[in-house]
Design a binder for this molecule. Sequence first.
Ligand code: GLP
Length: 261
Amino acid sequence: MAEVVFVDSKAAAGTLAAASIRALITQKPDAVLGLATGSTPLSVYAALAASLAENPMDVSRVRGFALDEYVGLPADHPESYRSVITRDAVVPIGLTPENIQVPNGDLATIETAGVDYEAAIRAAGGIDVQILGIGRTGHVGFNEPGSSFASITRIKTLAEKTRVDNARFFASPDDVPIHCMTQGLGTILRARHLILLAFGEEKADAIAAAVEGPITSSKPGSVIQLHPHVTVIVDEAAASRLENLAYYKYAWANKHAWQGI
Ligand code: GLP
């Protein structure tokens, strides 16, 4: 069962996740982080940056793999996920840019980009902690409904709903790429710890389906039920359609501090 943790603000979620990442880096200075884009993980990156500013530690050996990338956008496009991850995470946290990999959305090498990315993750020893948001379609990464639980990094077609959601970052909805490269659900399952964050009522259905719904590729977030170490950090609105709420709160309130998240 995923552990479900309630927070009253995005900042509190960020502090909790950042403390766990910091503890990981203390133990393993070349830890491998799985980095997600979107608005949801911003509080985690901000909290980690603030914690490092207040109490510095060497993060120069930390490595990172982004979850996904648009296909066909130049890497230096401001909305490529390479640019977004650099702006939102790498620069504020002070990670070493050369240590951060993003799936390659270049059409010229697209046929081999997925297996190459999987090989790079394997060569790094796998991902220690994967930060995840969730889309309104229930997607994690860009694994839209129907994605195989065994899938690896590959090209996918974005759902119209996802393109509409992401149109806010582009001049026109037509500018949102139709295709992406995303880590697969199988890739995500191989990360050693998953931290899934969600805020707001518009994520309540996706969270309920992921945490308590049937395990089905129609709800890609439900893949977390197959993973042995998952922390779901939610506010009350995102948690509002969970049935087992009282138990999650009781379990969290009675958890031993040594267990961490
Ligand atoms: C994009 C990303 C996902 C992210 C989702 C939700 O589609 N590929 O990784 O979880 O957006 O975005 P937000 O966190 O802004 O709601």
